[in-house]
Design a protein around this ligand. Structure first.
Ligand code: ADP
Length: 368
């Protein structure tokens, strides 16, 4: 296991492109960290700097308290799993798993023991004599994870390891990787553009934005209930948060003939008077008005454009004034298309962001 520390780490590629800006973070022994963000936001670059495959342009990177900027990849105690499994097609699963150890000149009986042990952890025992072409995508990815696992490293690095798998295999592998992490305990840094993967697997998530800017670092719970800016609010959660923009006048914004009093949801409403703000709430945080049972919040009127039954919920696409919103409702209470739909947003599920700085306006509300 290893503890990692980043101090103002920057990456500027030789062509002048500044891919990672001032990355600061302390990663604890055995933590599972996801780097998440859209394509090109600097996730792989960060991972490759940890691996020693990319130079760090400025700043300091420590492994277990030792400055590692110049440390060779070999000395870092890492193993990496990539998107493409890159198994050797002419070698069996057994040989693929043991290949790295064979190269290192490890004794055959030690290799045999480790291969069998790793295969057991990954449920590959009955496939050891098969070639990759006779395995499913999920099984290939398991062999790729096994190849990294067998080396008993301190740090596990994974770059979109599930993106070549179909949706069902991804869900299975997600929990398998989590279980492996629990039993092996290596500090793991996992890159993905898929927020569901990040939310379900991580101890903490790093949300990055294009240009290589860290937006927020926190537990899945913190990111979901306390997104610190509009980017994170819109990135975490599916369907995304609803945003209604307006200018604060007398502590309220008006949209489509409706007024939203912001006083109950921000700490100091005078600090936003006269400013453009974004009033936000999650599609799944709404209630039917008759279900609100005396709770305090907003009653909002919308016009329903389209409904989509998903089975467990219905997505309702609606308008408030000229703003499009999405709501999740119980399918037994699906409003009719073209109708007016009134819904309830509890105060603690409403957020206000400064439209200019994009930062959350301070609130005293307990958000669960
Ligand atoms: P992500 O993993 O989040 O998709 P990357 O870390 O791969 O993003 O890339 C971040 C940015 O750096 C991208 O805009 C990419 O085009 C750029 N980039 C990556 N490698 C190089 C390189 N060798 N030279 C110049 N720019 C690069």
């Amino acid at each position: 296991m290893a503890q990692l520390l980043f101090k103002d780490v920057n990456k500027v590629y030789p062509n002048g492109y500044h891919a990672v800006h001032d990355f600061n973070m302390e990663i604890k022994d055995g933590e599972f960290i996801c780097l998440v963000g859209d394509s090109g936001c600097g996730k792989s670059t960060t991972l490759r700097m940890i691996a020693g495959l990319e130079d760090i342009t400025s700043g300091e990177f420590y492994i277990d308290g030792v400055l590692a900027n110049q440390m060779s990849s070999r000395d870092r105690g890492i193993a990496m799993v990539f998107q493409s499994y890159a198994l050797y097609p002419h070698l069996t699963v057994y040989e693929n798993l043991g290949f790295g150890l064979t190269l290192e000149g490890v004794d055959a009986d030690v290799i045999d023991e480790k291969v069998k042990q790793t295969a057991k952890i990954l449920g590959l025992t009955e496939y050891l004599e098969r070639f990759p072409r006779n395995l499913s995508g999920g099984q290939c990815q398991r062999v790729a994870v096994g190849r990294a696992l067998i080396r008993k490293v301190k740090i596990f690095l994974m770059d979109e390891p599930l993106s070549n798998l179909d949706a069902k295999q991804r869900v299975t592998m997600r929990s398998e990787i989590k279980q492996i992490h629990r039993s092996v305990g290596a500090t793991t840094i996992y890159v993905t553009h898929d927020q569901t993967e990040a939310m379900t697997m991580s101890d903490r998530i790093v949300v990055m934005k294009s240009g290589g800017y860290v937006q927020q670092i926190g537990t899945p719970y913190e990111l979901y209930f306390h997104p610190r800016n509009l980017f994170v609010a819109g990135f975490i959660g599916e369907p995304p948060m609803n945003f209604i923009k307006g200018k604060v006048e007398g502590g309220k914004i008006s949209v489509g003939g409706q007024q939203f009093d912001l006083k109950p949801v921000v700490k100091d409403v005078s600090s936003i008077e006269g400013k453009e703000v974004v009033f936000a709430f999650r599609p799944e945080a709404i209630k039917l008005v008759e279900e609100s049972k005396g709770a305090k919040g907003y009653v909002i009127s919308s016009n329903v454009e389209l409904t989509e039954l998903l089975g467990d919920t219905t997505n309702v696409y609606a308008n408030v004034g000229d703003v499009n919103i999405i709501l999740k409702v119980n399918p037994h209470h699906t409003p009719a298309m073209g109708s007016e739909f009134k819904f309830f947003v509890p105060y603690e599920a409403a957020y206000v962001y400064d439209a200019e700085t994009e930062l959350a306006v301070e609130s005293d509300l307990k958000r669960h």
